[in-house]
Design a protein around this ligand. Structure first.
Ligand SMILES: NC(=O)c1ccc[n+]([C@@H]2O[C@H](COP(=O)([O-])OP(=O)(O)OC[C@H]3O[C@@H](n4cnc5c(N)ncnc54)[C@H](OP(=O)(O)O)[C@@H]3O)[C@@H](O)[C@H]2O)c1
Length: 256
């Protein structure tokens, strides 16, 4: 199968690309900076540049691109860009559009999640036969989040009660590959990591693995979203699909 992977240079997308290629399929990457990548087309969801070329000859799309690092470009990339990609995919007779989303997003009042819901809604309109997989937060994303809270030296102030179910992105990628190689299936069951953990224990494991000494402090955030994350709305305890725990991820990454 010929699969276009948007976000094929990102955390999830690069594993999707690798696994597709390992199983004998063609994975073409869409990227704004394709230099150094094999079978990659330069394009930008924000402007539409390069998209027709990227779609030519493809059977299916894994849409894993998102302006995760550019909040100001989120709507243009994730909503208008997704619409543009769907319209071009319909015109190019693409048989399957797989969209990657996030578990529990309607339950947490966070701007990025509103964007994800808007993009999901476009996919669900059915311009192209579709599947949507929602996953919980990746292990590497837990680290990104912790780093963002660790700006002050010597301490780490975080909402202790936030609940996450971190998952290994490679395991999500394996599931995405199975999905794209199968028939369009609509809204799929959530995909979660093996354990629901509070943010305090995630932080303790992270500091220990990195041999970092920081005073852990509970941070109260006066936002609805913070309370909702503490209520476990981003978790799916009935779907403990991933096998790799956060501790195992850390042990592999920080082992001497
Ligand atoms: N991270 C998590 O914990 C998590 C959990 C569940 C679901 N998800 C979802 O999974 C998907 C992938 O997340 P990720 O963490 O792997 O992303 P990531 O590592 O931040 O990568 C983002 C990707 O989007 C591409 N991109 C950004 N703006 C673009 C634009 N204007 N045009 C074309 N490509 C653009 C980037 O490609 P270039 O820079 O090469 O152009 C990059 O490959 C996202 O939809 C995310 O919401 C993430």
């Amino acid at each position: 199968m010929n699969v276009l992977v948007t976000g094929g240079t990102g955390t999830l997308g690069r594993d999707v690309v690798m696994l597709l290629r390992q199983s004998g399929h063609r994975a073409r990457i869409l990227s704004r900076e394709p230099r150094g990548h094999v079978d990659a087309v330069q394009g930008d969801l924000k402007t539409g540049a390069g998209l027709p070329k990227a779609l030519a000859g493809m059977d299916a799309i894994v849409h894993a691109a998102s302006a995760t690092r550019e909040p100001m470009a989120l709507r243009a990339t994730d909503v208008r860009g997704t619409r543009r990609l769907l319209e071009l995919a319909r015109d190019a007779n693409i048989g399957h559009f797989v969209y990657i989303s996030i578990v529990g997003i309607e339950g947490v009042a966070y701007p990025y999640y509103r964007i994800k819901i808007a993009a999901e809604t476009l996919v669900r309109e059915g311009m192209v036969p579709w599947s949507i997989l929602r996953a919980t937060q990746f292990h590497s994303f837990m680290e990104l989040t912790l780093r963002a809270f660790a700006r002050l030296p010597g301490m780490l102030a975080i909402p202790f009660g936030w609940q996450f179910q971190p998952v290994e992105s490679r395991e999500v990628a394996r599931r995405v590959v199975d999905i794209v190689l199968d028939k369009p299936a609509g809204m799929l069951p959530d995909f979660g990591g093996p354990q629901v953990l509070d943010f305090r224990s995630i932080a303790e494991s992270w500091l220990a693995a990195r041999k970092e000494r920081r005073r852990l402090m509970n941070l109260w955030l006066p936002f609805k979203a913070s309370r909702q994350v503490a209520e476990g709305r981003l978790t799916c305890p009935e779907h403990k699909d991933g096998l790799v725990t956060f501790d195992q991820y850390l042990a592999e990454k920080y082992a001497l």
